[in-house]
Design a protein around this ligand. Structure first.
Ligand SMILES: [Zn+2]
Length: 99
């Protein structure tokens, strides 16, 4: 898809990127690899399931590769925490991204 990369701002092919790295969802999936998600439609909140973490057209290939290196680096540290601390960290990251 042609668009502006959110990092380098070049108008080029942009890829669907995970908003949170896929490994960040690891402990949130149930035994059927389903992720409980909360959706809102017409001011009604309802639960639903997703098979993968949220993605959005964000980055060009070069920036995606750059982020991938940083994500792999941070993965080592986050996975060393307990599951509850991982979930708290992910919620905080989501709150920062959502604003
Ligand atoms: Zn870029």
């Amino acid at each position: 898809m042609l668009g502006n990369c959110r990092l380098c701002e070049q108008n080029t092919n942009i890829k669907q990127s995970h908003i949170i790295p896929e490994w960040g969802y690891k402990n949130l999936y149930d035994s059927k690899h389903r992720l409980l998600n909360i959706s809102m439609r017409e001011n009604i909140v309802y639960p639903c399931f997703k098979q993968n973490g949220a993605k959005e057209y964000l980055l060009c290939n070069e920036c995606e590769q750059h982020f991938s290196k940083l994500e792999n680096y941070s993965k080592k540290y986050i996975h060393s925490y307990t599951i509850i601390v991982q979930k708290i960290l992910l919620v905080k990251i989501i709150m920062i991204i959502v604003g």
